[in-house]
Design a protein. Structure first.
Length: 76
């Protein structure tokens, strides 16, 4: 007795083509989508003086980022 196939090779090929097409569409729209996401997350508030600053991330051997964060910055 022959086993019945569920969703043959044509259906799988159509799914593969649709998946690749959606990836290409997402790749082509990456710049506007990232621009929109950046606009959504930017907060436009006046700057205030702070007693402390926290720098997240790795630093190089000489500690340039930490030294720059530690200098007193004047805000306009």
């Amino acid at each position: 007795m022959k086993r019945a196939e569920h969703g043959g090779i044509i259906f799988r090929f159509i799914l593969l083509v649709a998946f690749v097409a959606s990836l290409l569409l997402l790749y082509s729209l990456r710049r506007p989508l990232l621009h929109l996401a950046g606009w959504f997350w930017v907060v436009d508030e006046p700057l205030e003086r702070a007693d402390a600053i926290l720098v997240l991330g790795d630093d190089n051997y000489t500690g340039d980022r930490a030294a720059h964060a530690a200098t007193e910055q004047e805000f306009a």
